[in-house]
Write a protein that binds this ligand. Structure first.
Ligand code: RDZ
Length: 289
């Protein structure tokens, strides 16, 4: 009887090694994402257990799909029996999602022209980082608190109180979604951001983009501004979103969803608008000496 073929590390072919999953930490972020989307990470993908699983249920049959090791011939199990190959039929939605992810990763890498000093637009990196600070949560929170403390009109206080509520809601929702989705930042990103918290190692959705969309919609609805200034606010939000991809911080879908989420967050704030009538305690508390 022939002994099983082994890879360079002496591991039998067709077995999964979690330590070589291709995570960004191992220098292969995009491959990890593909693997997690393509398979449900079935342990011990050897041909015998794959065949056993395939006879258990159609779900498992799909789970044992050899694409789990796509792109890495070392982890591909030997040929599956004919009947298994016929049933390995990914759904239309699965194919569409995989294609979208592939386009997203490809486009994000192409647009990440300021990801490093040596990148093609590396000289623009300081400007992009300045934009990054303009959309950071800390300046927005501190600025709003400062203006609140200086405000001497009820109307001004009401608007600022709601802006503060909007910023806090944004931080909460983005942290929740980042913690749930846990999508790694692109492999080409340099993690040199100013003041991050633990969930900021994840990239979906872009917090800067949600804030830009939320704040710009808030400003356009509550500040009386001349047309050129209104255009500037919209441009700022758009360029800030784009700069997240150019800096290599995010994939395009993180930013696209960020715009959508920020836009929707404003609708929530508008719906729950805090006023001396709806939240009298809050306004009285703020006015205590
Ligand atoms: C802790 C506070 C108050 C803000 C964190 C701001 C921050 C670093 C967000 C991450 O943004 P991206 O998701 O766009 O990278």
């Amino acid at each position: 009887m022939q002994s099983p073929r082994r890879n360079a590390e002496g591991r039998p072919l067709g077995t999964c090694d979690p330590s070589s999953s291709g995570s960004p930490a191992h220098g292969g972020g995009s491959r990890f994402e593909f693997q997690s989307l393509l398979s449900s990470r079935v342990p011990g993908a050897d041909p015998i257990s794959a065949r056993l699983r395939s006879s258990e249920s159609p779900v498992h049959r799909r789970g044992s799909f050899p694409l789990a090791g796509a792109g890495s011939p070392q982890t591909l199990p030997p040929q599956l029996p004919e009947e298994d190959r016929i049933d390995l039929n990914p759904s239309f939605l699965g194919i569409a999602l995989r294609s979208l992810l592939a386009i997203d990763l490809w486009l994000s890498k192409k647009l990440g022209v300021c990801a490093g000093e040596s990148s093609s637009w590396g000289s623009m990196r300081p400007l992009m980082k300045l934009l990054e600070i303009s959309g950071h949560g800390i300046p927005w929170l501190l600025g709003t608190l400062y203006c609140l403390s200086r405000s001497d009109s009820w109307a001004g206080r009401e608007v600022l109180m709601n802006l503060l509520f909007a910023l806090l809601l944004d931080l909460l929702l983005v942290s929740l979604i980042k913690g749930l989705v846990r999508r790694r930042r692109p492999a080409h990103n340099q993690m040199d951001m100013f003041f991050t918290v633990s969930v900021d190692k994840y990239s979906f959705p872009s917090g800067h983009t949600t804030r830009a969309a939320l704040v710009s919609r808030f400003i356009l609805n509550h500040l009386v501004l001349a047309i050129p200034l209104r255009v500037l606010v919209v441009l700022w939000a758009f360029i800030l979103g784009l700069s997240r991809v150019m800096l290599g911080r995010h994939n395009v879908t993180d930013v696209a969803f960020g715009f959508f989420l920020g836009y929707m967050q404003y609708s929530i704030v508008d719906y729950c608008w805090l006023s001396p009538h709806t939240a009298p305690v809050l306004f009285l508390l703020w006015n205590q000496p």
